[in-house]
Design a protein around this ligand. Structure first.
Ligand code: RNT
Ligand code: ZN
Length: 414
């Protein structure tokens, strides 16, 4: 292994690329792993079934059924994933001592998670859960014409910002709190303006109180459509881009929330000319589904390259967002997280100086040639060495480890 790594280092050096520098930079970039892959976005309320246009398909055995199991699975998955990690939580993962409705949640309901993250020196991110709940009336929340419905969700979101603040303080690491709502219409609306105007007012109420950005950062997430909200989704791309720019919020770009040929990689540079920071939900849309496990495809690579080429890693918060219940859930996390890491490493290993030179001299032949050669440079030994140094399994070894965990732990769950 050492020999092939040394050879790879030399071949990258010949293109002006420093592998050790790439490792160092990669180590500084955190990726927020979404807890909800572990339990099919169920949470611990044990009441409503999943809605809001979200669908988790598959019935692979071994889903985490409670906080203890979810943390056990997360801990195990994280032994298979190199690099700096954060955990992304949703409000439905509260562990309340007595039944607490969402609009009454406080940091106390997340004490176990905060303790867990602190022990692991890991950052946490947070999301109000605005779906799968009886106060979702007519499929609407912050846009509902009934003030009582809007107020319920406004209160929930305000509570979540305070939970984010408490998390940020406890962990000495800012928490990104992201708001996404499914509100929209299945069929053609007459009035698209009023619901959007109500959404704007609801957000203004939610964000009225200033919270120190040192602890909590607010993000808003757009979507083109969801199942059951195909004709009009109020929280659209234009809506939230405008809102984020005007109110200095983070815009959350989810890779699965746009037209099928529209990519978020091309949006990052534009957004960051007008916004300080953005949040990514790295996902993979497949036809009507926005949430397949991310693969190392062109778009994932393009997302990573956009971040790395412009040194955006402090301004782009990377989070994953997908859910697949048709395969082992720990493998789903591991595949996606390792892919994100691979894409970032590949981006760090691009012959940046040569590519810049080619572009700046209008040598598009060299640019295309280099970009294509990059795909098959000596990457595998470098990735293996990165995993090795991080103390995680190299190559497909991790799959065997998952199989053992499945036999020992997951298969005992029903
Ligand atoms: C839904 C959004 C949202 C959710 C999570 C569970 O389309 O992408 O981010 O996936 O909050
Ligand atoms: Zn998302």
């Amino acid at each position: 292994m050492k020999k092939s790594f040394d050879a790879a280092v030399a071949s990258y050096a010949a293109l002006g690329v420093d592998v050790e520098k790439a490792f160092k930079r990669l180590d500084s970039i955190a990726v927020s792993m979404h807890c909800w892959q572990g339990d099919d976005v169920q949470g611990f309320e044990n009441t409503s079934s999943l809605d809001g246009g979200l669908a988790v398909t598959g019935n692979y055995p071994g889903r985490a059924r409670n906080a203890k199991e979810l943390r056990q699975d997360l801990d195990f998955a994280m032994t298979l994933i190199p690099g700096k990690k954060r955990l992304n939580l949703h409000a439905i993962y509260a562990e309340s001592s007595k039944k607490t409705d969402r609009d009454a949640l406080t940091e106390k309901d997340f004490a176990n998670w905060i303790k867990w993250a602190k022990e692991r020196r890991m950052g946490l991110d947070f999301n109000p859960t605005i779906f799968s709940h009886p106060m979702m009336k007519n499929g609407l929340s912050l846009t509902h014409p009934d003030k009582a419905v809007r107020n319920y969700w406004i209160k929930h979101c305000i509570g979540c910002r305070h939970i984010g603040e408490a998390i940020g303080k406890a962990l000495k690491n800012p928490c990104v709190t992201n708001i996404w709502i499914p509100d929209g219409y299945k069929d053609t609306p007459y009035d698209r303006l009023s619901p959007r105007s109500r959404l704007k007012d609801s957000l203004d109420a939610i964000f009225a109180e200033k919270i120190d950005e040192k602890y909590n950062r607010d993000a808003v997430e757009s979507k083109l459509f969801g199942i059951g909200a195909e004709s009009c989704t109020f929280g659209s791309s234009e809506f939230y881009l405008g809102y984020a720019v005007q109110n200095k919020k983070l815009l959350c770009l989810d890779a699965g929330h746009f037209h099928p040929t529209e990519v978020i990689s091309d949006k990052i540079s534009s957004c960051l000319l007008f916004l300080d920071e953005i949040l990514l939900h790295v996902s993979r849309g497949v036809r009507w589904d926005s949430d397949h496990v991310i693969t190392l495809n062109d778009e994932l690579q393009a997302i990573a390259s956009e971040i790395i080429r412009h040194g955006f890693e402090k301004r782009v918060h990377i989070g994953l967002d997908y859910f697949d219940a048709s395969i082992n859930r720990i493998a789903a996390w591991t595949i996606g997280m390792r892919n994100m890491s691979k894409a970032l490493l590949l981006a760090l290993l691009e012959p940046a100086a040569l590519l810049k030179k080619a572009e700046n001299t209008f040598d598009f032949t060299a640019r295309l040639a280099l970009l294509e050669e990059c795909r098959t440079l000596d990457f595998a030994p470098v990735w293996d060495e990165y995993c090795n140094r991080a103390g995680v399994p190299v190559g497909t070894e991790w799959l065997e480890t998952v199989r053992k965990y499945e036999a020992k732990v997951l298969s005992k769950r029903n």
